[in-house]
Write a protein of this length. Structure first.
Lengths: 311, 348, 348, 311
């Protein structure tokens, strides 16, 4: 591994920030934010952070829908953007996502196609869940990415659950990354709760894509600590589908404390640092929230300008 | 007497009514089977969906009710194959918006191909989904897709507005030998007040609209969640002495044109209301059917047929904006009043 | 003079006109790119499609024009991504029927999502397909899907009926900064007689209907392949002294309602004709738009608005049966005559 | 291999019949049959014949769209059916096919699901081309077939061409049957121009499915001798996309002469037999055509009865 200590610590701070953001955003949602169902992705923070650490401002990145708020960690974005309504910005490589799962993967593949046609060295990383991986449109996107050797890295984020359905109950696989062979592209599985290991694999695949050697599939194994979604403010979903004790077991593998231990062992982090970072991040989020929410939002008049003909 | 009635009905909400319909039909006919995402684990975001399927797995077991992966196209296509093979599948797709992702299977396979194949037998498939409007869930969740599937030759389209109608129509759908699109609506599913549902079995035939409220001055034709808003509007209008008759179509295919015509003949005014986007929405079809069935009535209307529907722009994830794009009670009141008193420009 | 004209025009069929439009726009703007199944190898079953793209690969190379595998969803979705990234893609899907298999990408991504995302920039994507009606190719090939995509908030819908209109509208479509659905029609593509196409560049703006034939007694509003049948019908009607005015909408979104209104005001009769299935087809939308724009004109019509469209059953693979299901010249003649002379029951 | 001589010879006759049927059907098409575009599948006859030889009357089978006429070889069907308009019959396991490629695979998967739910031991074999294999709906069908261990065998018929696009120009694969691993099901490639080898692999996979051990994917390698489609009666498509001499090379591997040599070497077939079979088959087809075409066809009145509401 060659990652600078500074970068190692930045990733830690970003993971902590991502975790805390979930609470802040849930707060806002409970106070009547207007964002449909609220979803969180606690326990999966290592993956988006490891990905962002390998991307340039002009690269494209689609986090899984639970990790959209992690975009602040991508070069070009800042915390305040998360609270500002719309993150959409092709210049900074975020093309939105599809609430109808899977339909956005082909869109990001199109970004990679544009990069190839224009002969830039931009790369695209596109994440989706193991449940969404079953959608047909993703198959088509991977077929065309492989056929044209597009600069895109697909990251299948296996958090073991699709809604209330446990992955292992539905599929029996030795190695999900074998799916890559069906497209004639390289595949690799990695412990998605190990931010350093994930960072290294993402770097390898992103570098290959940037060199023009085509797409790849990374399967990042993790666990969804958050519920499927918050049905409505306050009322948490009853999660009778998780086996006794499974959640507790999984918490022991929470990527944040785990990474904290690693950094402490490496002598890069003291208990004081940990406390300080918590406090600083709280302040940053508070500031970002007030900044971001002050930015002008799209109002009715602007919104209806999107109509292509008579309203 | 009151006692007697009590003995014959049970107060149920829509989810419980659906659950009862499923249970009765699955007991009655072992060929009735169902699958979809999380129909067993009941984590579906479809409003109230957990109530709909609760306890069915325990009673009927894993051969007849199954959870699927996120494969909407396969959910529909396997239902077609199983239906052709002699089962009577109920295929669950969480929301009307997600049906865009399995459109060919629904529109072109289920609704078209078996006619083209000159398939001699039956194709008893019910596709169930919820329209999740009114909560700024965005187009993918909140789309009301009825006009799209009305355009498929082989699909019946059912969109009830009460727990009572839902149960009676769902049982009819499950017994139908050909494809039925069945839509519940979030605002119907989450209603607080329960309805008296007869304990004895009842079925409601397709193609029979229901006059949910009578009135002399204007006819409001609508269906699904918008019936609730139309009734609230009629309530308000009544205070101003305007009598609005609310016709709940209940099924769009087949469509009960006669009931609309009779009402329009009486009131002389026809307002068509739906939640879906106006352009190429169902209102145009309803208006043409009335015109074709009773040109004399249409020519004699006091004011031209008018429609009220969502603006021609994507459903937003902002409640503030959604409320201005999709017809609200106040909009229905204003449009009706305008037709009765107003300029009669007919611009809906 | 004749010479002068000769010098200014070249006789082209529709495929060649499309080829010229592609060539001119790809030369003009290097961001214009295209992909689809067999657009290079030209083995596409789309009538005349081989002419459309002939020579483009040789001139513009493999970065700008590509053959894809059979991945309609990816063809559209990659066009969206490339469009958001600053290219101006033309995405080819062989037939309107095959667009059912990539419906979410077209209807919900291309036509809806970018509005929902409040995407500040442009999305210059043209989706091209051919409607293959009139040859009993069955619903999957012959479907005319316009009403489905008119219901998507963000899609313009273009359906020309001549080589001249096709070239001018296609160039406008390619320069449009937002999504355009562009449909050619088999019967227009295979026409024998060539049309004089100006050598100088010309563009035809969207939202301008074209009166293809004037007449005093009835207005026939139609588009795409049906314009040819409407003109043939008008020819026959003229022999009986009935003047049919044929309004070719050319674009359905945006729709030129004014031209329809003016014609209907003049003739007092309005017949809407399309090849697509009647139920929830475009005719209902056209009728409502006219009613909303000019209620006075509609109330003053000599006979109610009537529509003529395909029967509500799947398109067959038998020519014999298709001819009885889809409006033919004789049907248009009969309907028009009935409106002018006849019972005026308005039953279309 | 243990296939009776009788069966070996029957398969030969069926392959010859299939080949001759293409000419007969093209004849009818040229004389103005109303069947959209005419497609033939010369050179691919071994695959459907090998499949039919392993199926029961109540098993389901979807041939690739170029091989529909080969259904006569499936138990329960006869030659005359091919000329009778509609072959559709769930009882005999044919559920039609989709002119929109790929959308029928999920339908046949549903037949297998019904068999499993009903606990019958019926099996379904579903064929599609290597081009169609890219369609998303096929991915979804394979996902659910694998998840539920359905009694279905997917046969990917790789005839090297999708329209005018050569497979090897688009994809680079060691072994296309690796795609099976992406679903956690067994996969196998076979020489689809070797009817005996194909028969054996199909038997193995069909037996496994019948035992309840779940689905599999067979990749049958072959070559499309026929054009993409006949554009219109008479006018053959110019096929400028095939490399010089490729077609001629491929003809040397035509499965019918090849099988004829095998049977001759096995001493099961003499030149006289060959001539006799040709003559007999010609007569059979002629008889079947007149029988089949005499059967009543769906007329307008019957057809419009399919309308679900007002016409
Ligand atoms: C096309 C579509 N089908 C179903 C849903 C409902 N849905 C929302 S989240 C979810 C689970 C997705 O599981 P996975 O892809 O593993 O992502 P995770 O929730 O684990 O992050 C489902 C089924 C949807 N949003 N879109
Ligand atoms: C959804 C869809 N897209 C495109 C077509 C047009 N088309 C007809 S045949 C064909 C080639 C299919 O190739 P393959 O699956 O390999 O089958 P083969 O022709 O080789 O038998 C195509 C693209 C279609 N019929 N359906
Ligand atoms: Mg998951
Ligand atoms: Mg092929």
């Amino acid at each position: 591994m060659n990652i600078s200590n500074e970068k190692l610590l930045r990733m830690y701070r970003q993971m902590v920030t991502t975790r805390k953001l979930y609470d802040t955003l849930y707060e806002l949602y409970s106070r009547g934010s207007s964002m449909g169902n609220f979803v969180a992705g606690e326990g999966e923070e290592a993956i988006p952070v490891a990905i962002c650490a390998n991307l340039r401002r002009d690269d494209a990145y689609k986090p899984n829908f639970r990790q959209t708020s992690c975009l602040f960690a991508k070069e070009g974005y800042e915390l305040a953007d998360i609270f500002s309504g719309s993150l959409f910005d092709a210049e900074r490589g975020y093309l939105g996502f599809s609430l109808a799962l899977g339909e956005d993967v082909g869109v990001y593949t199109g970004f990679a196609l544009a990069a190839q046609m224009r002969r830039t060295d931009q790369v695209c990383v596109c994440t989706f869940g193991e449940g969404t991986a079953s959608k047909g449109s993703i198959h088509e996107a991977m077929v065309i990415a492989a056929a044209w050797k597009l600069p895109i890295v697909f990251v299948l984020q296996n958090n073991q659950y699709c809604g209330g359905t446990r992955f292992s109950k539905v599929y029996d696989f030795e190695d999900l990354s074998d799916r890559a062979r069906g497209y004639g592209i390289p595949g690799r599985s990695v412990d998605g709760n190990d931010v350093i290991a994930t960072h290294e694999v993402v770097r390898e695949f992103v570098d290959r894509a940037r060199r023009g050697d085509g797409p790849g599939l990374i399967v990042a194994e993790t666990y969804r600590l958050s519920p499927y979604f918050e049905r409505s403010p306050g009322e948490r979903v009853i999660e009778q589908y998780r086996p006794e004790g499974e959640l507790e077991e999984a918490r022991k593998n929470d990527p944040i404390p785990r990474y904290r231990r690693t950094l402490t062992e490496m002598g890069l982090l003291t208990d004081e640092d940990v406390e300080r970072i918590e406090e600083e991040v709280d302040k940053e989020i508070a500031r970002a929230m007030s900044d971001g929410r002050q930015r002008p939002r799209v109002d009715y008049e602007q919104y209806v300008q999107y109509a292509v003909a008579e309203l | 007497m009151a006692e007697k009635v009590e003995a014959q009905v049970t107060m149920l909400d829509c989810g419980a009514a659906i659950n009862a319909a499923f249970r009765e039909e699955m007991r009655r006919d072992e060929r009735v089977v169902m699958w979809g995402e999380d129909v067993i684990t009941m984590e579906s975001p479809t409003a109230g969906a957990d109530l709909c399927t609760r306890g069915l797995f325990e009673e009927f077991g894993g051969d007849r009710i199954r959870d699927t992966p996120v494969v909407e196209a396969a959910i529909i296509e396997t239902a077609i194959g199983a239906g052709l093979a002699g089962l009577r599948p109920i295929a669950h797709v969480m929301s009307g918006g997600f049906q865009m992702g399995c459109f060919d299977p629904i529109f072109a396979r289920l609704g078209t191909a078996y006619q083209e194949w000159k398939h001699p037998g039956t194709l008893p498939v019910v596709v169930m989904a919820s329209v999740l409007g009114g909560a700024a869930k965005g187009a993918d969740h909140a789309l009301s897709p009825e006009s799209l599937f009305m355009h498929s030759p082989g699909l019946k389209v059912v969109m009830p507005s009460t727990a009572y109608d839902t149960k009676g129509l769902l049982k009819t759908a499950i017994r139908d030998d050909f494809p039925v699109m069945f839509y519940t609506h979030r605002e119907v599913m989450i209603r607080e007040e329960k309805e008296p549902i007869p304990d004895d079995e009842y079925l409601i035939p397709f193609g029979q609209a229901d006059v949910k409220r009578t009135g002399a001055d204007a006819t409001i034709v609508t269906y699904s969640g918008m019936v609730l808003r139309a009734l609230a509007a009629a309530e308000e209008l009544a205070e101003d002495g305007i009598g609005a008759e609310v016709v709940d179509l209940r099924t769009l295919v087949p469509m009960d044109v006669d009931t609309i015509v009779e009402s329009a003949r009486k009131t002389g005014r026809l307002l068509i209301v739906h939640e879906a986007m106006k352009r190429a929405g169902a209102a145009g079809e309803i208006a043409m059917r009335v015109t074709e069935a009773a040109p004399d009535v249409v020519m004699a209307l006091k004011t031209p047929i008018r429609r009220l529907a969502a603006a021609n722009v994507a459903l937003p994830t902002s409640l503030r904006i959604e409320r201005r794009l999709v017809p609200q009670v106040a909009d229905i009141v204003a449009a009706t009043r305008d037709m009765v008193e107003g300029s009669n420009t007919g611009n809906g």
